[in-house]
Design a protein around this ligand. Structure first.
Ligand SMILES: [Zn+2]
Length: 462
């Protein structure tokens, strides 16, 4: 048995008794003698912490392992090797690949038993957890660069002030504007009308004279507002205090995607992107303008039936007025619809989560089976797969919570638009469209046959 002993003391441990290099080395030599092992190499690391594997003797040890010169690595205690579970996991993988056993003189880790395999599984699970917390380390990297005088350049972004030492302060007035921009956007307003609104309120951007489409968009797509710092290709989450929540940020990005995909706001027609034909099962209706008659029509893309815009707009405006002014009417229409939906979704998803948890346990049981254990790789693959599913469900659940605006609040939001009709009539086409989009998710029209062609509206609120 070719044994390598690895001894490490950090600078602040050097004074401590029992941790000194001679003390560790003596015990390890005695241990080897008792087992009848031969020490082929000693790796003595002095004054290095276990923060990472970037230590001279550790690197030498790894090199020798890869050369095949070593059968066993012996340490006094596991934390001599590393304090990072992620690094331990990587080390154990390297050891295994080169058929190197790992022993601690004071702790028991025997990877040939079920108990030992459980240890490795735990290390893997913890390693994954640690990987998710890597941010701290990257952050350390940036701090180090700053210490070395390599400062991230550029202006402080709107809402923040970064001083020369990279300390971050939130500028409260600006932060309020950022929050307002995100909320308006999620409420259905577009870049241009948000910019207009800010200019109306005489809110000034940092450098430019006025807000415009681009400056609003830049704020809405910058994840610096959830605390992420980007510098070159380095990305540091939780680098500084956030101005908006991650939930709101994600909501805005989703909204942007949605608007981008169906481009429903593009075009001058009021209802394009909002209107569906109920007669043939919800096909889109496209607007067109009849020059001769000076009228706007909507045509179903499937059954080609056409409807005059005026015939939709008039009853719709009445309907909106009714929704705004009568809570009773609003509730009679919506209290069932919005409340039930959520209950079903959440309970189904929660059940799914429980199922995944049971499946995980089952795989762990199979792995722990002493007679016929499944291979570690299979376990990891299965667990990773289940973790992925779990993540998807969690993200769905957080969506439900986001959308879980109680029907009461939906009404409160709407009831504030008390002068809707007046506002709508005075607005330009662009703002009219934004107003409708801020209330409705979709509008479905049903036309009856016959001379009167009575129109019924069905709709989903934003
Ligand atoms: Zn149709």
């Amino acid at each position: 048995m070719k044994v390598a002993i690895y001894v490490r003391v950090s600078t602040d441990e050097q004074a401590k008794e029992g941790f000194s290099i001679p003390a560790q080395r003596e015990r390890l030599r005695a241990f080897c003698a008792s087992q009848g092992w031969e020490i082929v190499q000693e790796y003595i690391e002095e004054g290095w912490s276990a923060k990472d594997l970037d230590r001279p003797q550790m690197q030498r040890l790894l090199k020798d392992i890869k050369k095949g010169n070593i059968d066993i690595v012996l340490v006094y205690r596991l934390d001599r090797l590393t304090r990072s579970v992620l690094d331990l996991y990587l080390l154990l993988q390297t050891f295994e690949k080169h058929n190197v056993a790992f022993r601690s003189a004071t702790e028991v880790y025997d990877t040939s038993t079920a108990m030992g395999r459980l240890f490795i599984t735990l290390v893997a699970a913890l390693a994954q957890w640690e990987r998710e917390n890597l941010a701290e380390r990257v952050k350390f990297g940036i701090e180090q660069m700053i210490d070395e005088g390599k400062k991230p350049g550029g202006h402080s972004p709107y809402g923040y002030k970064f001083d020369k030492d990279f300390n971050c302060t939130i500028i409260e007035e600006e932060a309020d504007v950022v929050r307002m921009i995100y909320r308006m956007y999620c409420d259905g307003y577009g870049y241009r009308s948000i910019a207009d609104r800010l200019n109306e309120l005489r809110v000034k951007p940092r450098i430019a004279k006025e807000w415009n489409h681009n400056s609003v968009r830049d704020i809405l797509t910058n994840d610096i507002y959830i605390g992420t710092y980007r510098w070159g290709d380095k990305v540091v989450p939780n680098n500084h205090p956030p101005i908006i929540s991650e939930t709101l940020f994600k909501k805005a990005q989703k909204e942007k995607e949605k608007r981008g995909v169906d481009r429903k706001r593009v075009g001058k027609f009021l209802f394009t992107g909002l209107l569906q034909c109920g007669n043939c099962g919800g096909h889109k209706m496209q607007g067109s303008f009849d020059k001769r008659e000076q009228k706007t029509y909507y045509r179903c893309t499937k059954c080609h039936r056409i409807t005059n815009e005026k015939n939709i707009l008039e009853p719709l405006l009445d309907e909106i007025q009714l929704l705004i002014t009568s809570k009773e009417y609003f509730m009679s229409k919506f209290s069932d619809r919005y409340d039930q939906q959520e209950v079903v979704d959440v309970s189904a998803l929660t059940k799914e989560l429980e199922k995944i948890k049971r499946q995980k346990e089952k795989w762990y049981d199979l792995y722990m089976d002493d007679r016929n254990p499944i291979p570690k790789e299979e376990l990891f693959a299965k667990i990773n797969e289940l973790n992925k599913k779990e993540e998807e469900i969690y993200s769905k659940l957080s969506e439900v919570e986001e959308d879980k605006e109680p029907v009461e609040e939906k009404y409160n939001r709407l009831s504030k638009m008390i002068d809707f009709k007046q506002q709508f009539e005075q607005a330009n086409d662009f703002t009219k469209k934004e107003l409708l989009f801020s209330i409705f998710e979709k509008i479905v029209i049903y036309r009856e046959k016959g001379k009167l062609k009575k129109i019924t509206l069905d709709y989903t609120l934003k």
